[in-house]
Design a protein around this ligand. Sequence first.
Ligand SMILES: Nc1ncnc2c1ncn2[C@@H]1O[C@H](COP(=O)(O)OP(=O)(O)OP(=O)(O)O)[C@@H](O)[C@H]1O
Ligand SMILES: [Mg+2]
Length: 331
Amino acid sequence: MQNEPLLSVKNLTVDLLTAKSALRPVDGVSYAIRQGQCLAIVGESGSGKTVMNFAPLGLMPTGVTTNLSGLVRFEGQELIGLSEPEVRKLRGKSIGFIFQDPMSALNPVRRIGRQIAEMAELHLNMSPRAAEARALDLVKLVGISDPAARLSQYPHELSGGLRQRIVIAIALAGEPKLLIADEPTTALDVTVQAQILRLLKDLQQRLNMAMVLITHDMGVVAGAADNIVVMYAARAAECGPVDKVLVNPRHPYTRGLINAIPRRDDPIGSEFRGLPGVPPTLGAPIQGCAFAPRCEFAVAACTRARPPMVPTADSNVCVACPVVNQGKAAA
Ligand SMILES: Nc1ncnc2c1ncn2[C@@H]1O[C@H](COP(=O)(O)OP(=O)(O)OP(=O)(O)O)[C@@H](O)[C@H]1O
Ligand SMILES: [Mg+2]
């Protein structure tokens, strides 16, 4: 179906039950992504970005019981409720991923070529010889010079930027339709960050993949993403097309994040424009809008009830803010 999103998430809630506590790091979040598009998921540390994307794929650490509710539909197939073998079939093949910690994707004692080839053997049923040829193609695709020599190296022999390119090659080995990139540039230095981001964007377009780009940095979103979801304390605060949200952010939290981006014309030594305050601790009771205690526009209504996502009049942007949405009906 041409108009169906590739991935559609509706009212997703994730509960984590550990021996000591019951936590809800994702609380009723909805978004969709179409083939060939890039969706950025932005928010401060702990806002639920990683859990939201990886819990439906069964990628939570052992020792935690994960309860999911809502809908997570990938290519028309509902992921919530699938058995582990069924989800495993999608992981790494139809859905590729890059984890926040790049080293976790690499085996330190195995040659790079073998690690990429193994993924092609596993997901594309290739013979070892064909998979090795594919590994070489992938290393070229991610822009690594002297690719044949690199295949026989070990991860520790490469710089951080090259390692991240290998991680991307591994993520692409199963020819995924959707790539989930969780903070793919965080562990790199600034100049390399820009190169890796450009590479990911270029590959996403050339391979016509959908890409979820998880980041806490609003600065990387412009130019990379088509749509954005701004997360705050387990919930979506604002979502919509990136050009609309960046030019005219409605939610005070989105405005704060955009304001915090350093600008080229900032005088050297000028004060850091961070958001004052900190997000609520996960598990602490929240009355109304979770951002209200940090919000300079908060009114009494903000602490009364949880604000629903409401579409704005002039665009596909939705905002969960009682002040912005005064008098408007919920989405
Ligand atoms: N295995 C776990 N056990 C208990 N709590 C967890 C577990 N995994 C995540 N959490 C909690 O869930 C919340 C959301 O975590 P998540 O990793 O999704 O945040 P994030 O937005 O990806 O943050 P960051 O930008 O730091 O990666 C956090 O408060 C985190 O402490
Ligand atoms: Mg994370």
